[in-house]
Design a protein around this ligand. Sequence first.
Ligand code: UDB
Ligand code: ZN
Length: 193
Amino acid sequence: MLTMKDVIREGHATLRLRAQEVELPLSDEDKDTLKLMMEFLENSQNPDISEEYELRPGVGLAAPQINISKRMIGVLTMDEKNERIYKLLLVNPKIVSHSVQKSYLPGGEGCLSVDREVEGLVARHKKITVRAHMYDINSDELKQVEIRVSGFVSIVLQHEIDHLNGVLFVDSLAEHLEGAEPIVFIEENLEEN
Ligand code: UDB
Ligand code: ZN
């Protein structure tokens, strides 16, 4: 299994490279990397496992963050309305279109590869369409997909795709974002349940 020791940090040269396209069909080695990436996200969100191994609860991971300079990302998160789970392993993802409207996380972003507290906001496209090959661990199938997302999931995908291009969120911080919409997380009202 992967732990935080496998996650390289700010200052490591690999985080600044443009990662290589992945050759298809997927090699067994690349499939193993993808499986390890999703296993890390799952473990990191499991309270018992994350405590035992001191994992930060991750919603996304890009292969360069484990020092593999290839265009592969994993995402495991709910959307901000708690409507659905996004569990994605994407190979050679590419943003093929995006909204003009911008959005941002009002609390700012963090990164598994950045250990310091960073102040500032990151402007992202509110909506994106991503073309990629999606790997299905269970069926061992790779299929071409076009994924349209908005809100928090869109921010996670843009953050991970940035990693494939050697970009960290700390590169584009602003104090105030003119005309961008904050992502609002819907909190279930416990008194109504
Ligand atoms: C994360 N998690 O996983 F707004 F329910 C971050 C860390 C670095 C803080 C662990 C996170 O932002 N969780 C989160 C945020 C919310 C609401 C919520 C959970 N990453 C992944 C990463 O570093 N990938 O490379 C950083 C995120 C910042 C914006 C998108 C990814
Ligand atoms: Zn990151």
